[in-house]
Design a protein. Structure first.
Length: 61
């Protein structure tokens, strides 16, 4: 059986290539908007998971 771990290892050169590709695809002005959207999505996900925990605690009480 072949292991995929060495294939999935990302080094500094691969990260640099990915950053350059993202800059070429989206441009410098679009990246902050994408990151802002990603951040708000993560925040909403965390808030929803906290809300779920509160509902479960109320059910247990």
């Amino acid at each position: 059986m072949v292991s995929l771990i060495p294939f999935l290892a990302i080094g500094p050169w691969q990260i640099a290539v990915i950053v350059v590709l993202v800059l070429l695809l989206f441009g410098g002005k679009k990246i902050p908007e994408l990151m802002r959207g990603l951040g708000s999505g993560i925040k909403e996900f965390k808030d929803a998971s906290k809300e779920d925990e509160k509902v479960e605690e109320k059910k247990e009480s």
